[in-house]
Design a protein around this ligand. Structure first.
Ligand code: ARG
Length: 462
């Protein structure tokens, strides 16, 4: 048993080299893509007359058998299988004899690996985008269930103005639709075949990169063979899209952590989606939300790690590029797990709208409405702000209730005092995209349309 490159070497590889150099434990999960790439390559070699139909047939059978062995776990890896490409080629050659030895004609692992990775990434990003769509649908369903329930909206984590709960939930939903857009944009740039670029310069053989690209379902082929084997922008873009998705999930996670505290009590977590404490019998912990918060850190790490690997790399292929897969695979796995768990968490958590309303019915939440009431009667906003601010100050000092102060002020009066009634302020948020029932009803429709459009785009790229 030898390495792929034994021809010009006297000695076999050192153990330390093999241990560092082997990427099989990571890249074996691309075996289906590797076999698909080889099938397209062999079909092309036969089409252009570089191998006989008989040899192509023998290789295809060996590829089928190899794929079956890899799929059912019966594949036996050999000591010199340094990566999945080597392992597959070795096995095909064992099975197909001399025909197998023709498989790598006109191909390098440099164009092969990036072909595999592009195929893998395309499929994976589409699947993650679909999972995000599911999660968004869950957010929208919860937003529908709670109707016109409201809670305090916050700035600086201080109560600011009441907002519909649906509005708040959909805010997370819209952030996720940008994540879907970004992932699908990344798919478009991933969808380029590098096969036929060879090691870096193309080939003297009459290869047909266009035919191979079409066969593999790529929308286009590379324009420049050097770029084809050295470009990992698609990995960086995927990692950025996933890192930002992670950031979005972490913000929702942080809110759920906060909302599930005794002090807030806005949500109650379902038993199946929370954990207990080994020591404190009364505890119910929001671990999913916390891990979502933490995963964002690792996703950002995957992105910055890859960018650091790419920085300053001379063209074309360098072995550094082998280190692209681990962060990508890890990021995709984390994104999937986090999405599924967060979806379950959000689907099952109890939304305590009574507690939310109680917190939001703090009369100071309508202070802006009082100022706007004065504006409508002609007072400049700055002045109105100061008038209301004065009443708030008096009320906060405990000298009187805000409603009484407002009712007694002739510029405001009973009509203005009525704005402080529970639930009044949120109904007054009527502007487009605003937090009240009217615009939110329109927003619910827009969001449903957004989900339909997303699905259509996803289907068109699949
Ligand atoms: N395992 C390698 C990788 O992932 C495959 C390409 C190896 N190319 C080479 N010239 N040694 O990048």
């Amino acid at each position: 048993m030898t390495t792929l490159w034994h021809g010009r070497f006297d000695e076999g590889p050192a153990e330390a080299l093999q241990a560092l150099n082997d990427s099989l434990p990571i890249d074996r999960r691309m075996f289906r893509e590797d076999i698909a790439g080889s099938r397209a390559h062999v079909a092309m070699l036969a089409r252009v007359g570089l191998i006989s139909d008989a040899d192509a047939g023998a290789i295809e059978l060996a590829l089928d058998a190899t794929e079956a062995e890899l799929a059912d776990g019966s594949f036996e890896f050999a000591p010199f299988d340094e990566d999945i490409h080597t392992a597959v080629e070795r096995r095909v050659t064992e099975l197909a004899g001399e025909a197998g030895a023709r498989l790598h004609t006109g191909r390098s692992r440099n164009d092969q690996v990036v072909t595999d990775l592009r195929l893998w990434t395309k499929r994976e990003l589409l699947e993650i985008a679909a999972l995000i769509g599911r999660f968004q649908a869950t957010l929208a369903a919860r937003a529908d269930q709670v109707g016109d329930a409201y809670l305090p909206g916050y700035t600086h984590l201080q109560q600011a103005q009441p907002v519909l709960l649906a509005h708040h939930l959909l805010a997370h939903g819209w952030a996720l639709s940008r994540d879907v857009d970004r992932l699908l944009d990344a798919v478009v740039r991933t969808d380029v075949s590098p096969l036929g670029a060879g090691a870096l310069a193309g080939s003297s053989l009459p290869l047909d990169p266009d035919g191979v690209a079409a066969d593999l379902g790529f929308s286009e082929r590379f324009e420049n063979s050097i770029d084809a084997v050295s470009d990992r922008d698609f990995v960086a873009e995927a990692l950025f899209a996933l890192a930002l998705l992670g950031v979005h999930l972490s913000r929702l996670g942080e809110e759920i952590v906060l909302w599930s505290t005794e002090e807030f009590g806005f949500v109650g977590l379902d038993d199946a989606f929370s954990t207990g404490s080994s020591m404190l019998p009364q505890k119910k912990n929001p671990d999913i939300a916390e891990i979502a918060r933490a995963k964002a850190g690792r996703l950002i790490g995957s992105l910055t790690g890859l960018l650091a690997t790419l920085k300053g790399l001379p063209l074309a292929y360098d072995k550094d590029l082998q280190e692209d897969k681990e962060p990508l695979f890890e990021a995709c796995d984390s994104a999937r797990l986090t999405l599924l768990a967060m979806e379950g968490l959000v689907l099952t958590m109890e939304l305590r709208t009574d507690r939310m309303a109680e917190a939001a019915d703090n009369p100071f939440g309508a202070a802006t409405d009082l100022a706007e009431f004065l504006v409508v009667s002609g007072m400049p906003f700055r002045e109105a702000h100061a008038v209301v601010g004065g009443h708030v100050r008096t009320a906060l000092a405990g000298e009187a209730h805000l409603a009484d102060l407002v009712a007694a002020d002739e510029r405001l009066g009973p009509e203005a005092a009525a704005l402080l009634e529970p639930g009044a302020a949120v109904r007054r948020r009527t502007t487009p995209g605003g937090a009240g029932p009217e615009p939110v009803a329109r927003q619910r429709k827009r969001f449903a349309e957004q989900l339909t459009n997303q699905e259509a785009r996803l289907a068109s790229l699949s």
